[in-house]
Write a protein that binds this ligand. Structure first.
Ligand SMILES: CCCCCCCC(=O)SCCNC(=O)CCNC(=O)[C@H](O)C(C)(C)COP(=O)(O)OP(=O)(O)OC[C@H]1O[C@@H](n2cnc3c(N)ncnc32)[C@H](O)[C@@H]1OP(=O)(O)O
Length: 153
């Protein structure tokens, strides 16, 4: 199934977390599931914090890109944009908050669910819940902003 990241123009498809053109990255895909959003990822053995458990920085990174992807989906919906080749809104992270509730085991699929808390003209707030084997391990909140034309200048 295609994720919102498949609709970014090539220039925006190199992100380490979600860029489909970054062969070294995680290449996550985010899509709608009902009123919420969903991303799946299977950590590798080397994504280790303490043996058997996932490195927290990776989990933050997954929540980060799940947040920007969810924000892009929410903006497309709010603005009536029908996704076709490469016309998805592109968002960057303005702020990322992560709370680690339980150690996240390595050895299965991670599911991240997103809830759109607020959608503005350019800013979107997404709440994220990260589950491993059905257990809620991490929660987060991502503030994303539509990339300005002068980004980085
Ligand atoms: C699309 C493919 C790429 C995917 C990226 C994946 C995730 C990433 O790793 S992105 C890289 C990390 N992030 C960055 O480098 C961003 C660096 N920061 C910036 O470029 C800018 O500060 C940016 C774009 C976030 C905001 O700048 P700007 O567009 O001028 O925002 P501005 O007009 O002042 O504010 C817009 C709204 O965002 C809010 N906002 C701005 N910055 C923040 C912040 N740091 N925290 C919370 N809210 C913020 C403002 O309050 C305002 O809210 P409202 O509309 O409610 O008044």
């Amino acid at each position: 199934m295609k994720g919102i990241q498949d609709y970014y123009p090539d220039h925006f498809a190199h992100c380490y977390g979600c860029g489909r053109l970054n062969e070294h990255g995680h290449q996550i895909k985010t899509f709608w599931e009902g009123e919420g959003t969903l991303t799946r990822f299977v950590p590798k053995e080397y994504h280790t914090a303490i043996p058997g458990f996932v490195y927290g920085g990776l989990l933050a990174s997954l929540i980060d890109c799940h947040g920007t992807g969810s924000a892009a989906l929410a903006l497309a919906k709010a603005q009536g944009i029908e996704l076709s080749e490469t016309n998805a809104p592109r968002c960057v992270t303005a702020s990322l908050q992560v709370k680690y509730l339980k150690p996240t085991p390595i050895g299965g699929e991670i599911v991240i669910k997103g809830k759109i808390k607020e959608v503005g003209a350019r800013k979107v707030i997404v709440e994220a819940e990260l589950f491993a084997n059905g257990v809620l391990c991490v929660v987060g909140e991502v503030v994303s902003v539509l990339v300005p034309d002068n980004f980085g200048l």
